[in-house]
Design a protein around this ligand. Structure first.
Ligand code: IPM
Ligand code: MG
Length: 359
């Protein structure tokens, strides 16, 4: 049966990198029997430009019937002055909430040939393979009440609410334990239980859920220590599970261990396995339209899509192998370039992966 992929290029470099990922999907369709139909929509600034909203009704409708979504990136300088609820980021938060994409998988894997691109010593990062499981539809990102207000003496104050229900913690814990079972069977839950009540409950619930996964070795770490350990000895981690805000911060740090944030895909899944797939990096408006952005994170997001939503691990492996090959052959976009390698643009990198798939 033909499955439907909704493609949301978004803003900035989003359009260029998604175009390369679509080339890869097209080859899989033409030569390897993948049965998918692509549909396009707008999100972020592109949604605002077309329909006055970062998550337009039309996109919402298309998303409701999609089997998977491929997203580029959102955000741009021209939208920074818009009221908060119309900014591009709101589109991203809205689609996550609308589709209940609570489980955000952010792998940080270092390709052996890129160990020199990391700002850490090669021996600290070589062979790195971490999976960060970030809760994506709760916590302080969505908690109510939230506002900027003024008090009697006309001083402004602002507040947000970090809140988790037991059921929200339970489902993300199950997600993380299941992934740990498929990997190294070690799970580190990151919180701030020495200060926050919400973390106290988080820890209690994670421990409770752990009873159902006796084979997984569970540990706990405060978020400040986790940030330190990530840059000190990153290979100690297998799977990390954490809340929305901590996960946002730690996943950027973990991404940078690999040398380039341009190399990392992500998946955001709901309970039925429907998912949205996107590179971890942003829209990089400073380099948009210059054909220098790295499309590999988006191409590998297609691989994650095949693996987690379209039930096609064979083609997922095929993409991963092709990317590996292309890197082995020395192809490098500017972000991962080192002397002696072949510097290529966005489209040449996409073409190289396509050629490898066809080889
Ligand atoms: C991410 C991004 C988003 C987030 C922004 C763009 C809203 O930083 O996906 O990590 O904070 O979740
Ligand atoms: Mg982030």
């Amino acid at each position: 049966m033909t499955q439907k992929i909704l493609v949301l290029p978004g803003d900035g470099i989003g359009k260029e990198i998604v175009a390369e990922a679509v080339k890869v999907i097209d080859v899989l369709t033409a030569d390897f029997g993948l049965e998918v139909a692509l549909e396009y929509g707008e999100i972020g600034g592109a949604g605002y430009d077309k329909s006055g909203h970062p998550y337009p009704e039309d996109t919402k409708k298309k998303a409701a019937t999609a089997d998977a979504i491929l997203l580029g990136a959102v955000g741009g300088y021209e939208y920074e002055e818009l009221p908060r609820e119309l900014r591009p980021e709101r589109g991203l938060l809205a689609i996550r909430a609308d589709l209940d994409l609570f489980s955000n998988l952010r792998p940080a894997i270092l390709n052996e040939t890129l160990a020199d691109a990391s700002s850490l010593r090669p021996e600290v990062v070589a062979g790195l393979d971490i999976m960060i499981v970030r809760e994506l539809t709760g916590g302080i990102y969505f908690g109510q009440p939230r506002a900027i207000e003024s008090n009697e003496s006309d001083e402004r104050f602002a507040y947000n609410t970090m809140v988790y229900k037991e059921s929200e913690i339970e489902r993300i814990a199950h997600s993380a334990f299941k992934i740990a079972m498929q990997r190294g069977k070690r799970l580190c839950s990151v919180d701030k239980a020495n200060v926050l009540e919400v973390s106290e409950l988080w820890r209690e619930v994670v421990i409770r859920v752990s009873a159902e996964y006796p084979e997984v070795e569970l540990s706990h770490m405060y978020v400040d220590n986790a940030a330190m350990q990530l840059v000190k000895e990153p290979k100690q981690f297998d799977v990390v599970v954490t809340g929305n805000l901590f996960g946002d911060i730690l996943s950027d740090a973990a991404a940078m261990l690999t040398g380039s944030i341009g190399m990392l895909p992500s998946a955001s899944l709901n309970a039925s396995g429907m998912g949205m797939y996107e590179p971890i990096h942003g829209s990089a408006p400073d380099i948009a339209g210059q054909n220098v952005a790295n499309p590999l994170a988006t191409i590998m997001s297609v691989s994650m899509m095949l693996r987690y939503s379209l039930d096609n691990a064979v083609l997922a492996d095929k993409i991963d192998a092709a990317v590996e090959k292309v890197l082995d052959q020395g192809y490098r976009t500017a972000d991962i370039f080192v002397e002696g390698m072949k510097k290529v643009g966005t489209d040449e990198m996409g073409d190289a992966v396509v050629a490898e798939l066809k080889a």
